[in-house]
Structure formats: C-alpha cells, structure tokens
Write a protein that binds this ligand. Structure first.
Ligand SMILES: NC(=O)c1ccc[n+]([C@@H]2O[C@H](COP(=O)([O-])OP(=O)(O)OC[C@H]3O[C@@H](n4cnc5c(N)ncnc54)[C@H](OP(=O)(O)O)[C@@H]3O)[C@@H](O)[C@H]2O)c1
Length: 338
C-alpha cells in the first residue's frame, strides 16, 4: 500500500517533518459518544501505515484518559511519530461543569510532568498552550515553555487559538512550530489575523475540527434527534434547533462537488482546508478526528483531491452563511480577542 501513503511537510520553519494530515485523538476518549476501543487502537495503527505521523491529544481530553489510551501506541512507535499534547485547560474544582484556563509557570510545570507520566515518554515532540489565560502575558507563558525545551522535556512549541498579535509576541520569545485553531469550510475567523501572521512568521497551521465536528460529512440534518444524549455537540449552537437544518442546507455545493469528483463530502471539506496552504502560502496539516479504520483511508485519500478554481469559488460563500457560533462562549477563542 506504499502508493497510498500521504505526502510529508515541515511543520513550521524549524519544526519536524510530518505527514500532511495528522490524526486527532480526542474523540477516542470524549465528546462524540461511545468508542469501540479495539477499533480506535486499530485506527491509530492504520493511520501510521498510511503515512500519518502527527498524533494530537491534550491533558484535558477525558481528564487524562486520552493520553493514557494512546500511550501504548506512542511507545511502540516512538521514533516514527510526532506526539503533540497540550496544557492550559482543566476542570474547575468548585464546579466540575466549568473549565479553568491557566498559563502560569507552576501550572505549566505541573502539567508537563503529568502528561509525560501518563504518556510514558521522556519528552513531548510538540507542546501546545491549549487556551490563552489573559491574566498571564504570553511572553511569560512562552518563556516557561522555552525552559521546557532547554530542559529536554519538550522539543517544539505550539499555540492554540491565539490571534496574530499574540503569535507575533510569542515568536519573539521562542520559535513556534504550529498554530492549532479551528479552520474549516464552516469556521474561517482565523483568516482575519492569525493566518497572515503565521504565513509571515513561517509557522504551520494545524486546523482542528476540519470536518466541522462531523457536520461537513453530511451526517446531520436533525442533529437534535441524531446525536446521543451525552454528545458534546448537543451543546453547540451549530448543531441545535433551527441552526442544524439551515446549516445542513449549506452543504449543497459540497455535495455537488463530491458527486462530480466521485468523492465524499468529508473529502471535499478536507481538500478545501488542505488547499488553504497554497492560497495563504504556509504549511497546513489538518487533524481530522476519527475512531474508525475505514475513515482514515477516506480522510487521507482527500490529501490527493485537488479542487479546481471554480469548485473553490462555489465553496467560498459557505462560512459567511453558517448559523450559530462555533462555541457557545467565544471569549476563550482567538476571535473573542480580535
Ligand atoms: N485545540 C483545540 O482547542 C481543539 C478543539 C477541538 C478539537 N481539537 C483536536 O482536533 C481534532 C479533530 O477535531 P474534532 O474531532 O473536534 O472534529 P472533526 O475532525 O471535524 O470531526 C470529527 C467527527 O467527524 C467524524 N468523522 C471523521 N471522519 C469521518 C468520515 N470520513 N466520515 C464521516 N464522519 C467522520 C468523527 O466520527 P468517528 O470518530 O466516529 O469517525 C467525529 O465525530 C480532535 O481530535 C482534537 O485532537 C483541538
């Protein structure tokens, strides 16, 4: 199957080389309903066979369970993969339904030790700040992250959901390999300042939720009825009420292109985000999340689907018409600080 392997790209000017599509592991431990763990393990292995080398987790996913879940795979393939994890998000001890965000040095040091232990490794290849705590200057946070690089606990640095201004301030302290933010046919707010800054600084963009949390695959029409009771998307404005039906109708051009190219809707969505590399002049490594082997094959095949100019034009208006924000509370995103 060597001809099915995906291309490689450098993650930022001084970053590691990775397969041009990564794998998001979050759904294996939270958010999107029950997981068949044997199938999820097989998915990790199949991804590697197809040239996927960037594996994305975070300490908060499943409250540490996601790092533990992928740990045996990580250790079995330590030198073949680029392991990415994140710190900053936690659960408020006073109210477990609320998230906390911390970027201070003692907290970062506590987090990195926890991740190293759960993953069973002596270093993390790419360590991200997951969310920005505005009470701590970003220079200070990146300064602490840079100390971890000097100590050998971390090799490369990344930031998630930062603005262009914050990315510039961070890069002045230490090279940043990757900016991870939501970027898809449905979510294009990062094009305002973060993408131009990343292109100028030589930072790669790692789009998360490139399938719009599954919506862009055409899987949902009446999401309220289709999602399980504990599915995180039930709380998301785009999946609820009238928004879900309105957003499903926006997929018509995606469906039309998919039919014409003998592709799936998800492949068209992934091809679009991948092609933003050429549009904006920077490295783009989307990390679609899946727990199913067959979907890995479908998703990685999308790296070979090149959309034409007229197809790209058909897709252009979609993001501007989406009903509902990408989170209920946007203050924790880069768009909330633009
Ligand atoms: N930095 C951040 O703040 C942040 C936030 C969110 C996510 N992330 C990262 O980004 C990764 C990806 O984002 P995401 O998982 O939220 O959203 P996504 O990749 O847009 O979509 C994932 C959903 O799509 C389904 N799916 C995947 N491939 C499919 C296919 N070919 N056909 C039909 N359905 C398909 C998955 O279901 P199955 O699993 O059942 O296949 C899952 O429900 C996460 O795993 C996580 O690592 C980061």
């Amino acid at each position: 199957m060597s001809d099915s392997r995906i291309e490689k790209v450098r993650l930022g000017t001084g970053g590691p080389e990775v397969g041009v599509q990564g794998l998001g592991c979050m759904g294996m431990s939270q958010s999107y309903g029950p997981t068949d763990t044997d199938e999820a393990r097989a998915t990790l292995e199949r991804a590697l066979e197809l040239g996927v080398t960037l594996y994305d987790t975070a300490d908060v996913y499943g409250a540490g369970e996601n790092e533990k879940f992928i740990a045996p795979f990580v250790r079995a393939h330590r030198d073949e993969i680029v392991l990415a994890t994140k710190f900053a998000l936690g659960v408020d001890p006073a109210d477990p339904t609320k998230r906390t965000i911390r970027n201070d040095a003692p907290y970062i040091r506590q987090c990195v030790e926890g991740s190293l232990k759960r993953l069973g490794v002596d270093h993390i290849d790419l360590y991200y700040m997951h969310r920005r705590d505005v009470n701590v200057p970003i220079e200070e946070t990146v300064g602490t992250m840079a100390e971890l690089v000097r100590e050998g606990k971390v090799t490369h640095l990344g930031l998630s959901e930062v603005t262009g201004r914050e990315l510039r301030a961070a890069q002045a302290v230490h090279p940043i390999a990757a900016l991870q933010s939501e970027w898809s046919l449905f979510s294009r707010d990062i094009e305002a300042s973060a993408v131009p800054a990343a292109a100028e600084l030589g930072v790669a963009v790692v789009p998360y939720s490139p399938l719009g949390r599954g919506f862009l695959t055409g899987a949902f029409v009446h999401a309220d009825q289709e999602l399980g009771a504990d599915d995180f998307r039930r709380q998301q404005p785009r999946f609820t009420g009238d928004n879900a039906a309105a957003n499903a109708a926006l997929l018509d051009p995606v469906r039309k292109i998919a039919e014409g190219r003998n592709a799936t809707l998800g492949q068209v969505a992934l091809a679009w985000v991948q092609q933003q590399a050429a549009v904006h002049g920077l490295a783009v490594v989307p990390i679609p999340g899946t727990r199913k082997r067959g979907r890995i094959e479908e998703n990685t095949a999308a790296t070979r689907l090149i959309l034409t100019e007229s197809e790209l034009r058909l897709l252009e208006p979609i993001a501007g018409q989406v009903a509902g924000g990408r989170y209920t509370d946007m203050t924790f995103t880069s768009a909330g600080r633009e």
